[in-house]
Design a protein. Structure first.
Length: 318
């Protein structure tokens, strides 16, 4: 199963990463730890939050992402180590860890090769774990994969590379497994000297085209839709197994709207990575500056839920 939050009948677990400076580019404190907050929801609608510091060394916890294994209940967090410019991962182990209260978490540096780990997105499926993130030094989309994450064995791949000194690819990543374990990553391609794009990288096992070394035969990096400022802050959901559907909420900076990409074309397809087999269209109806920092969730009844930021009115919207 995918690592998604699923409310239970009696107790629902929702986890939020709360820290001084989490996900922010500035306003760093002298000691800014990675924090964890968990909530227990009771049948009468009441809730009780518990918070704890997980990684307290230097400036930790920016660009956080959370995944929960529905089969085992394991809690995984990817985050950016600002002080060392590294990608790190924390796992809740309850005891015998190396960080958190009473060593109840295990924190590990996954990639330390330059300035890596911004825009991290973590996903889990059975024994597989992946973290997509941005390599700021090389301006590339990078992926850390593990088939044995509990023993902290990782493989690092560069998937998509920026051509020239100006473009950046791999910003604002959003990673998901399909129900059969196929890997997907939505991300933003920023090209100040040309055309920006919403892109998706996915594991095809054959007929790939990604420019990263050693992955071209097995991974595809395809443009969904392009245009100035198109594809910022994507949030990806992959629903189904062999016959899956792809959904992406994202910000279109040119129109200032929240947009939606789907393989379920409502009338006609006008974008997509398989020769135009997706539909891309605005859904917010707001020609302002809306749709930033979108977060998409598809529930078990196939209903779509999107939270996002309206920058014009400085409001959270749903």
């Amino acid at each position: 199963m995918k690592g998604r939050l699923a409310p239970g009948l009696m107790v629902a677990l929702v986890f939020s990463l709360l820290a001084g400076g989490v996900g922010l580019a500035g306003d760093h404190k002298a000691r800014s730890p990675l924090n964890y907050a968990g909530v227990t929801a009771y049948p009468d609608g009441s809730a009780q939050w518990q918070t704890e510091e997980v990684d307290t060394t230097d400036d930790m916890g920016q660009h956080t992402s959370l995944a929960i294994d529905q089969d085992t209940g394991e809690i995984w967090v990817s985050y950016y180590d600002v002080a060392n410019a590294d990608l790190k991962v924390a796992l809740y182990v309850r005891r015998n860890g190396n960080c958190g209260p009473d060593d109840s978490w295990r924190c590990q540096t996954v990639d330390s090769s330059g300035d890596v780990g911004k825009y991290s997105s973590i996903a889990v499926w059975q024994d597989k774990l992946m973290v997509a993130y941005y390599d700021a030094g090389n301006k590339n989309l990078t992926l850390a994969m593990s088939d044995d994450a509990l023993h902290w064995v990782w493989d690092i791949f560069t998937l998509d590379t920026a051509l020239g000194d100006t473009p950046s690819t791999g910003l604002c990543t959003s990673a998901q497994f399909s129900d059969t374990g196929q890997e997907f990553i939505a991300y933003y391609f920023d090209n100040p000297a040309g055309v920006d794009a919403l892109k998706v990288a996915y594991h095809t096992y054959a007929s790939g085209n990604c420019p990263g070394p050693g992955v071209g035969e097995t991974w595809r990096c395809d443009t969904i839709i392009s245009g100035e400022g198109v594809g910022q802050y994507p949030s990806l959901e992959v629903v189904g197994g062999v016959n899956f559907d792809v959904y992406i909420a994202y910000h279109n900076a040119a129109s200032g709207e929240l947009w939606f990409a789907t393989t379920r074309c409502p009338s006609s397809c006008n974008c997509g990575f398989w020769d135009g087999d997706m539909a891309c269209y605005p859904i917010s109806g707001e020609a302002v500056d809306a749709g930033k920092h979108a977060s998409l969730y598809v529930d078990s009844d196939d209903r779509f839920h999107i939270a996002y930021y309206d920058a014009t009115n400085e409001e959270l919207k749903y």
